[in-house]
Design a protein around this ligand. Structure first.
Ligand code: HEM
Length: 181
C-alpha cells in the first residue's frame, strides 16, 4: 500500500514540476519575444496567429453562381473569393475586396488567371490554360498568400463547370497591370 502512495506522490510531483517548467518556458517565450521584437510571437503573423485556424468547421462547397453572392455588395454576407478552387473568407480585407475596393473584382469568384496576368477586366476566370510553368509559380505565390494569412481563412471549395475543350484560351490583354514590385 505504501508503495502505491509513493508512486502516486512521485507522479504528481513530476507532473507539477513539468507544469512549472512549461509555464516558465511559455513566459520566457512570450515575454522575451515582446521585449525583443515588441510582438508576442517574435514578429510572426500568419496562419498560426489566426484564431480561425483553430476553429474546426465543415468545408463548404460552392457552385460559381453561389460564390458570386459573396462578392461584398451585400453587406450582410461575408466576402469570399476563390483561387484555383479554394474559397477564402476575406471579409477582414473589405477595404480591398468590398464594393469600391481596388481588388473588388477578385471577390465572389475564382479569378486565378487575373492574379497572374494582371488582366483585371478580361481574365476574371479560373481558366489557367496556356500559362507557362513560371506563371503558374506566380499563382502558387498568391495561393500561399491566402492560405498563410493572419486575416483570412479557407472556408471550402468551388466546383467549376468544366471548360469546354473547344473554348478558346483567353487572349493577352492590353490593360494588364504589372506584378506588385
Ligand atoms: C498582377 C498584378 C497584381 C495583383 C494580382 C495584385 C493583387 C493584390 C492583392 C490581392 C492585394 C490585397 C492584399 C490583401 O488582401 O491584404 C494587393 C495589395 C496591394 N497591392 Fe497589388 N496586385 C498587383 C499589382 C500591383 C501593383 C503593380 C502595385 C503597385 C504599383 C500594387 C500595389 C499594391 C499595394 C500597395 C497593396 C497593399 C499593400 C500590401 O498588401 O502590400 N499591386 N495586391
Amino acid at each position: 500500500m505504501a508503495k502505491i502512495s509513493e508512486i502516486k506522490e512521485k507522479k504528481s510531483s513530476l507532473l507539477s514540476s513539468g507544469l512549472i517548467a512549461l509555464t516558465w518556458t511559455l513566459l520566457f517565450f512570450f515575454l522575451g519575444s515582446y521585449l525583443i521584437t515588441e510582438s508576442w510571437t517574435w514578429g510572426y503573423r500568419g496562419k498560426w496567429t489566426n484564431i480561425n485556424t483553430y476553429i474546426p468547421r465543415q468545408e463548404l462547397i460552392f457552385t460559381d453562381a453561389e460564390l458570386s453572392q459573396y462578392d461584398g455588395t451585400d453587406r450582410t454576407k461575408p466576402i469570399y473569393l476563390a483561387i484555383d478552387g479554394d474559397v477564402y473568407d476575406v471579409s477582414q480585407g473589405a477595404g480591398w475586396y468590398g464594393k469600391g475596393g481596388s481588388y473588388h473584382h477578385f471577390a465572389g469568384r475564382d479569378a486565378a488567371r487575373a492574379y497572374i496576368t494582371g488582366c483585371f477586366e478580361d481574365h476574371l476566370t479560373h481558366d489557367v490554360r496556356g500559362l507557362t510553368p513560371d506563371q503558374l509559380k506566380g499563382l502558387d505565390h498568391w495561393k500561399k498568400f491566402y492560405n498563410s494569412s493572419h486575416k483570412y481563412h479557407k472556408v471550402g471549395r468551388v466546383l467549376h463547370d468544366p471548360i469546354p475543350e473547344d473554348a478558346p484560351i483567353p487572349k493577352p490583354c492590353k490593360t494588364a497591370v504589372g506584378q506588385k514590385p
